[in-house]
Design a protein around this ligand. Structure first.
Ligand SMILES: [Zn+2]
Length: 421
């Protein structure tokens, strides 16, 4: 089972389709985690973003080739996340061609240095959990930002580093199609959006997609600059685009609609910031700040702010720790109880380990059940199956794809652990 809203999001945003944005400009949706774009010039083609795998890139190129057989003259990367840069070898068709990206091109995901002191194993495990790698496609449903079902062959294999770095906003002629490359930090600091002023088409990379913005990714990401993202959305809104073709999900048509999705998404980011600041200033805990966040009534029900990918409560935690770090101002948190120490105290309060286990088995609050199971696991009690079942029940209800995948991925891990014990 899965939340019907998540199934609907997957069906409506990630069905495989080549969308014509205007004569000569096309977007491939649903072939990969991300979207790819083709701009057909007089004698040549420009490709924007290249997917996460050579297999997906081959499928997209085959579709694009049904529309135009002109040579591909250049590739542009909107930013450096792997799901946008890993099919370049396919689109370059064996030739050396210009590959353009922001001069700030770099990533938390590119060029992981195995010799550096860095939590790379944790990042890899959490990335697999977030994207449900190894789950069946029925279990996975969706990536939040892309279809649950996508080709995995050649994952990460087709990356070619950019060979033309763009240092500031730049006008460029794409073989007869006027374009402006605009620096617009947002989901990453190295975002470069593509604006086609004559055609009124805007390719914003991942600074906008049809889901709550992923201000914090649970796979683990350094702090994303909330204020810069909000500023970039204001900048994009001023362009007056009539078509918005995001780095994930379906394009948006109509100047008014584009204006509405950009401004309300900006409003959502500013709201997370303000709510968190107010809570921090009032001395509230991160739990209370996260538990109390709600979008304002005017934007709460906008379908493109559904928490299919990012989540307001996670974003609030990230903004708080990203600005003032982990200490929340409560001196209790200056000291530390280990998990085992806390679990022993909880068991004593509950009237013993047996009583604690009974509470874990009988509560109908799934979040509380997880927390009680964690105490019992710290004490070495075999409650893996109880925790797994609680996570599976949470996954059934969950609208957020990365949370759903993580619950199911970790539940599978616990079930294996219990079977091996
Ligand atoms: Zn992306």
């Amino acid at each position: 089972m899965a939340n019907p809203a998540l199934l609907h999001h997957n069906d409506t945003q990630f069905a495989k389709i080549i969308v014509e944005l205007c004569p000569g400009v096309y977007t491939a949706v649903g072939y990969a985690a991300s979207t790819q774009h083709m701009i057909v010039g007089e004698h040549s083609i420009t490709i924007v973003d290249t997917s996460e795998s050579t297999a997906a890139a081959e499928n997209v190129l085959a579709e694009f080739r049904k529309i135009s057989d002109k040579p591909i003259a250049r590739i542009i990367y909107t930013h450096s996340h792997r799901d946008h840069i890993s099919g370049a070898s396919v689109f370059s068709e064996g030739r050396e061609i210009p590959i353009l990206a922001s001069a700030a091109f770099s990533s938390d995901l590119v060029g992981q240095d195995a010799s550096a002191i860095a939590p790379n194993q944790a990042l890899n495990r959490r990335t697999q959990a977030q994207f449900g790698i190894g789950l069946s496609s029925e279990q996975r449903v969706s990536l939040g930002c892309g279809p649950g079902d996508r080709p995995m062959k050649g994952m990460g294999a087709g990356h070619i580093p950019p060979n033309q770095l763009i240092a500031g906003d730049t006008d460029i002629d794409l073989d007869g199609v006027q374009a402006r490359l605009i620096m617009a930090p947002g989901e990453t600091a190295d975002h470069m959006v593509i604006w086609l002023p004559e055609l009124k088409v805007l390719i914003p990379g991942d600074n906008w997609y049809h889901a709550f913005p992923n201000l914090y990714a649970i796979r683990g990401t350094p702090y994303r600059d909330f204020a810069a993202w909000a500023d970039s959305l204001a900048l994009l809104d001023q362009l007056g685009a009539e078509v918005l073709a995001p780095g994930h999900t379906m394009p948006v048509f109509g100047a008014e609609r584009v204006h509405e999705v950009l401004t309300t998404t900006r409003e959502a980011i500013l709201h997370v910031m303000q709510h968190t600041v107010d809570g921090m200033n009032a001395g509230h805990s991160l739990d209370d700040i996260a538990a109390s966040i709600e979008l304002p009534a005017g934007i709460a029900n906008k379908p493109w702010l559904g928490e299919f990918y990012g989540k307001a409560s996670w974003s609030a935690r990230s903004f708080a720790t990203g600005t003032l770090g982990w200490y929340d101002g409560n001196p209790t948190h200056l000291g530390t109880l280990s998990s085992v120490q806390r679990a022993n105290q909880m068991a004593a309060l509950a009237g013993g380990v047996q009583a604690l286990q009974q509470a874990a088995e009988t509560t109908d609050d799934l979040q509380w059940q997880l927390e009680l199971c964690d105490h019992l696991i710290a004490l070495g009690e075999p409650v893996q199956l109880i925790k797994a079942a609680a996570m599976e029940a949470l996954a059934d209800d969950e609208i957020n794809a990365t949370a759903r995948n993580t619950y199911l991925w970790e539940a599978e891990r616990l079930r294996k652990q219990a079977a091996d014990a």
